[in-house]
Design a protein around this ligand. Structure first.
Ligand SMILES: [Zn+2]
Length: 484
C-alpha cells in the first residue's frame, strides 16, 4: 500500500516524457548534419538486424495466405497492430473498410477427351461456380480477343480457352480480367486462360477477374486458369483437329461484404507533423501460397522502415506514416478507402511509397507524377522531382536501388497519385516474381534474406530522406492529370 502511494507520487512528480515526445522536442536541428549522420546509421541497422526477416517468417509460416474476408487476414491485421505498437510507433490504429468475400471451394478441371487426365487449375477471384453441376463441353482455343471475334460462330456452348503468351503483365492480364465476359458474349458456357506468367512448372496462377457492366451485360460464366503446359497441349491438339473435351467443376461463391481494415501507424514529425510521407503495401493476398512476395515482403519493409526511423533519437521533419492496405487483390478497397478517408489532407501528403512487386534485387524507384495543367507541365514536374531525388539515389548506392524511371507507384497508392500526390514504387528485378505470382509457390523460401534486407534499407532510407526534405518535390496546389 505504502509502496503504491510512493509510486503514484513519483508519477505525479515526474510526468513521463515518452521517447516519441523526446524525439520531437529536438527543435533546433541542423538538417544537413542530421541527414548525414542518420542515413548511414539507418543503412547499417537495416542491413544488420534479423528482425524484419523474422517478422516475414512469422507472417508467412504462422499466419499464411490471407484473402479478404478470411480469418487469416484478420489475424494478420491484429498481428501488425501488435507489432507496430510493441515497436513504439505512434497513433497505431485501424481504419475500417468493407471488403468483398469470395470463397473458392472445391474445384477441378478434367480432360475427358482425347485422354482422361486432371489438369492443375485455379479458379479466378470473383468467378461464379458451377452450382448446377459440372460443365462438360468441347474446347475452342483462341490466341487473342481478335481471334475470338473472328471465330465467334464456333464459340456457342463451348469452353473457350485463351492461350495467350505473356508479353507484359498489364497487357496479358486483360484475358484474366475480362476473358469470361468476352467468351460469354459469343455464347461460351465457361472460359479458361493460360496462366498469366512468362514461365511455368505446371503451376496455375489465380488473380482477379470481372464480369460485364449493366450497360454491357452478358451471362456470368465460370472463369479459371490452367497451366502454360496444359494450355499448350490443348492448343496443339486443336491445331491437329483433335476434339478436346473438358469437365469443369467449381464451388466458388461470392458472399456479402465483410468488415476489414487498413493498419496505420506513425513516426510523428518534429517540425511539420501534419505533412506525411506514406510508406505502404497491401496486407491481403490471394488464398494460395503464403503471400510472401505478394505482398508480405512489402508490408514488412514498410513496418521495419517505421520501426527503424522511430528509433532515431530525433524525429524527421515530417511524419512517416506506415499504411498496410487491405483488399488490394480483389477490390482495391483499402487504397481507395484510405484516399477517401484522408481526402481533406491529400495536399499534405508529401509522397506516397509502395513496395508491391516481390523482393527481387533492388533496382530503384518508379516515379509517378500526375500534377500539372497539361502534359508538358506534368513532364516538367516529373523532371523537377527527379532532379530533387538525385542525391537520394546516390545515398541508396549500397542497396542497389539507384535507378529512377517513369511508372505507376503501386495499385494501393494509385488513388493518391491520381489526386496529385507524388508516388514512388520500389522497383525490383521481377524475373523471379512473375513465375510465382498468385500461386501456391509464393512462399518465403524464394526470397533471399540478404536481398530482402537491402530492400528494407532502400525503403527505410527513402522514407526518412523524403520526410526530412525542406522543399516540396513539386510545387503544391497544381491541377492533376488523371490519365492512366
Ligand atoms: Zn500485390
Amino acid at each position: 500500500m505504502r509502496r503504491a502511494t510512493v509510486f503514484l507520487l513519483l508519477l505525479v512528480l515526474f510526468v513521463p516524457v515518452t521517447a516519441a515526445e523526446a524525439r520531437r522536442r529536438a527543435k533546433a536541428v541542423d538538417s544537413d548534419a542530421y541527414l548525414a549522420e542518420s542515413m548511414p546509421l539507418l543503412l547499417g541497422r537495416a542491413l544488420s538486424t534479423e528482425r524484419a526477416w523474422e517478422d516475414l517468417i512469422y507472417l508467412c509460416d504462422r499466419i499464411g495466405h490471407r484473402i479478404s474476408g478470411s480469418p487469416q487476414l484478420d489475424a494478420a491485421i491484429a498481428w501488425a497492430v501488435d507489432r507496430l505498437t510493441e515497436d513504439g510507433l505512434e497513433n497505431v490504429h485501424t481504419e475500417e473498410i468493407l471488403v468483398p468475400r469470395w470463397v473458392r471451394g472445391e474445384e477441378s478441371v478434367t480432360m475427358l477427351a482425347p485422354i482422361e487426365r486432371d489438369l492443375p487449375m485455379l479458379g479466378l477471384g470473383g468467378s461464379v461456380g458451377t452450382p448446377n453441376g459440372p460443365i462438360e463441353a468441347d474446347v475452342l482455343v483462341v490466341s487473342s480477343f481478335d481471334e475470338l471475334t473472328a471465330r465467334a460462330a464456333e464459340a456457342e456452348d463451348k469452353i473457350v480457352l485463351f492461350d495467350v503468351p505473356f508479353t507484359t503483365y498489364g497487357e496479358t492480364v486483360q484475358y484474366r480480367g475480362r476473358g469470361a465476359h468476352e467468351a460469354a458474349t459469343v455464347g461460351a458456357v465457361a472460359s479458361l486462360i493460360r496462366s498469366v506468367t512468362p514461365e511455368s512448372l505446371q503451376t496455375p496462377h489465380t488473380g482477379a477477374m470481372h464480369y460485364g457492366t449493366d450497360d454491357l451485360p452478358a451471362p456470368r460464366i465460370p472463369h479459371a486458369a490452367i497451366t502454360i503446359e496444359d494450355a499448350a497441349t490443348i492448343h496443339r491438339l486443336a491445331d491437329r483437329g483433335v476434339v478436346v473435351r473438358l469437365r469443369l467443376s467449381m464451388a466458388a461463391e461470392t458472399h456479402e461484404d465483410v468488415p476489414s481494415a487498413n493498419v496505420v501507424a506513425e513516426v510523428v514529425g518534429r517540425e511539420r507533423p501534419d505533412e506525411v510521407v506514406v510508406v505502404g503495401c497491401h496486407l491481403d493476398s490471394w488464398d494460395v501460397g503464403q503471400g510472401a512476395q505478394d505482398d508480405g515482403a512489402g508490408c514488412v519493409m514498410a513496418m521495419e522502415a517505421g520501426r527503424l526511423i522511430g528509433e532515431l533519437a530525433i524525429a524527421p521533419r515530417r511524419t512517416v506514416r506506415v499504411v498496410l492496405y487491405t483488399n488490394e487483390e480483389n477490390g482495391l478497397r483499402g487504397g481507395k478507402g484510405y484516399a477517401e478517408a484522408h481526402e481533406a489532407s491529400i495536399g499534405q501528403h508529401y509522397a506516397a511509397l509502395e513496395a508491391d512487386i516481390g523482393s527481387g534485387e533492388p533496382l530503384g524507384w518508379r516515379l509517378d507524377v500526375r500534377a500539372g495543367a497539361d502534359d508538358d507541365a506534368v513532364a516538367a514536374n516529373w523532371d523537377a522531382a527527379a532532379e530533387h531525388l538525385a542525391p537520394l539515389l546516390e545515398a541508396l548506392a549500397p542497396t542497389g536501388a539507384v535507378g529512377l524511371r517513369k511508372g505507376g507507384a503501386g495499385a494501393d497508392v494509385w488513388p493518391l497519385t491520381k489526386r496529385g500526390v507524388v508516388g514512388l514504387g520500389l522497383d525490383l528485378d521481377t524475373s523471379g516474381y512473375w513465375p510465382i505470382h498468385h500461386t501456391e509457390a509464393d512462399t518465403i523460401d524464394k526470397i533471399d534474406p540478404q536481398v530482402f534486407k537491402r530492400n528494407v534499407a532502400a525503403m527505410t532510407l527513402t522514407a526518412f530522406w523524403l520526410a526530412e526534405q525542406e522543399a516540396p518535390l513539386i510545387a503544391p496546389g497544381q491541377t492533376v492529370q488523371t490519365k492512366d
